[in-house]
Design a protein around this ligand. Structure first.
Ligand SMILES: NC(=O)c1ccc[n+]([C@@H]2O[C@H](COP(=O)([O-])OP(=O)(O)OC[C@H]3O[C@@H](n4cnc5c(N)ncnc54)[C@H](O)[C@@H]3O)[C@@H](O)[C@H]2O)c1
Length: 438
């Protein structure tokens, strides 16, 4: 119930909420790897701003569509100010670490997880930040994820490694594997690491961002619990299987694609149901495999998510292909669980045994001037004449940069109050000091 409440709240949170956290760049620099990384991206924001005016994405007035009892659409206005609170990044980090330690995770492992959760909220991916904390807490409480230990390299060549994640927290496995891939890329030009025995690792972008700090390109993928149906299938047998790709450009600029390979996350469909609103075509299908706009067909009547692109007619088979590609590079290549064998979403009765892949490539092994050409390409794309003058053309990673910049400016991350209420309940349950609001 707590998880549902938290998911509900997060789904209510605008993609670019109004408040936000911001910590001085100096403070970010002082703290740890995460903060150094974000200082790097803070610089990138400045670069971005010189080229493109920041769109007014977060200063929106909350406006909800609802149906009345007769099914007629109603609209009501509400103040987002009364719905949101601001919390500093340091406080979010402290709270996550305290919760993980309270359930017995090792200090270092709890810290690694907390950094990834904070990064998700900082970058504007609220579905994968504090919102996911209770899931990791429950996994540790249920003894279905290990509290301490080290991943183990099972097989190794100059440019590759196969790793057993030893059922540790996903970010512990992910950081280990990405560091190994980067070390190999520096020595051999490329490092390609595949893990089995891992767990949910948060935002895929966390790992490819690390490669940027070393002037490397990064690739990262994970399989996940089955929630989406292959094109023409009635049944969900594949996950939301996210992938991320990063490439450095000049002066700290970069391209950072970080995406699920389904059209949307399940939480977004649950939200449409709660709001009694239709969902756009292409998000989900009913129990008979027919695209539907009724969210209850997915949440209550045996339907499931559709791949990126929706049904076959709009190219959903390409999303299905990408989801399967992720499965091949992760579960199949790594000898982990794959497809329908992965445990059910939110189940704590079976180990996850997720497969994950992490690659780093040194662009200097190829044609000179990679970063110059990257900057040229990104500048050309951002400089295109937009269809809507208030919505400039972006490249992947720009929305997150804008969000981080807003957070920095405001001095804190803005959360929906309901999420924080849920976090306060978690704090009480775990006897942890709740987060202090700004
Ligand atoms: N670990 C897991 O099991 C899991 C599963 C699914 C998703 N995730 C994570 O959830 C997060 C959200 O995924 P998502 O698919 O909802 O992301 P999203 O749809 O918000 O963004 C996807 C990508 O599109 C880019 N983008 C957004 N708007 C753009 C625009 N107008 N122009 C150009 N590029 C644009 C973003 O920068 C991002 O790289 C990701 O960090 C992902 O890794 C994790």
């Amino acid at each position: 119930m707590l998880l549902s409440a938290v998911r509900f709240i997060i789904d209510e949170t605008p993609r670019f909420p109004q408040g936000i956290l911001s910590v001085s760049a100096l403070h970010l620099f002082k703290c740890n790897h995460y903060h150094r990384s974000e200082l790097y991206h803070y610089r990138t924001n400045k670069h971005f701003d010189r080229k493109t005016p920041t769109p007014n994405l977060w200063n929106r007035t909350g406006s909800k569509s609802i149906h009345d009892s007769s099914g007629n659409l109603k609209r009501r206005k509400m103040s987002t100010d009364s719905l949101h609170v601001k919390i500093t990044t340091g406080e979010v980090l402290r709270f996550c670490e305290a919760c993980m330690q309270a359930v017995g995770a090792s200090k270092d492992h709890g810290k690694q997880l907390s950094e990834v959760l904070l990064a998700a909220d900082y970058r504007g991916h609220f579905s994968h930040g504090l919102n996911r904390l209770p899931m990791y807490v429950r996994d540790i409480q249920a003894n279905i994820t290990e509290k301490a230990g080290e991943p183990v390299i099972l097989k190794e060549f100059a440019g590759t490694a196969w790793v057993d994640g030893k059922n540790l927290l996903g970010p512990v496995v992910g950081n280990f594997c990405m560091d190994l891939a980067m070390k190999k890329a520096k020595e051999a030009g490329i490092g390609w690491v595949v893990a089995k025995g891992s767990n949910h690792y948060g935002i895929a972008g966390w790992y490819t961002l690390r490669a940027l700090e070393h002037g490397l390109m990064g690739i990262c993928m994970t399989n996940t619990s089955p929630l989406s149906a292959p094109t023409r299938s009635k049944k969900a047998v594949l996950g939301t299987n996210p992938m991320s790709f990063s490439a450095p450009a000049k002066d700290g600029d970069s391209f950072v694609l970080d995406m699920a390979t389904t059209a949307v996350a399940l939480g977004k469909i649950e939200m449409q149901k709660r709001k009694n609103e239709e969902m756009p075509m292409g998000w989900g299908q009913d129990v008979n495999g027919i695209t539907t706009q009724d969210p209850r067909d997915v949440t209550d009547r045996g339907g499931c998510l559709q791949p990126l692109g929706g049904p076959e007619i709009t190219g959903g088979y390409k999303g299905y292909g990408l989801t399967t590609l992720v499965e091949v590079f992760t579960g199949i290549l790594g000898g982990a669980h794959y497809g329908p064998n992965v445990r059910k979403w939110m189940s704590t009765t079976q180990v996850a045994d997720l497969g994950q892949m992490f690659a780093a490539i040194n662009p200097e092994c190829f044609c000179d001037g990679f970063q110059d050409r990257m900057s040229d390409l990104l500048g050309m794309l951002r400089g295109l004449d937009p269809a809507d003058k208030d919505k400039p053309v972006l490249v992947a990673g720009d929305p997150e940069r804008q969000h981080m910049e807003k957070v920095d400016k405001d001095g804190g991350i803005t959360y929906h109050k309901n999420l924080i209420t849920s976090m306060n309940e978690l704090a009480e349950e775990l006897k942890v000091t709740p987060m202090k609001l700004l």
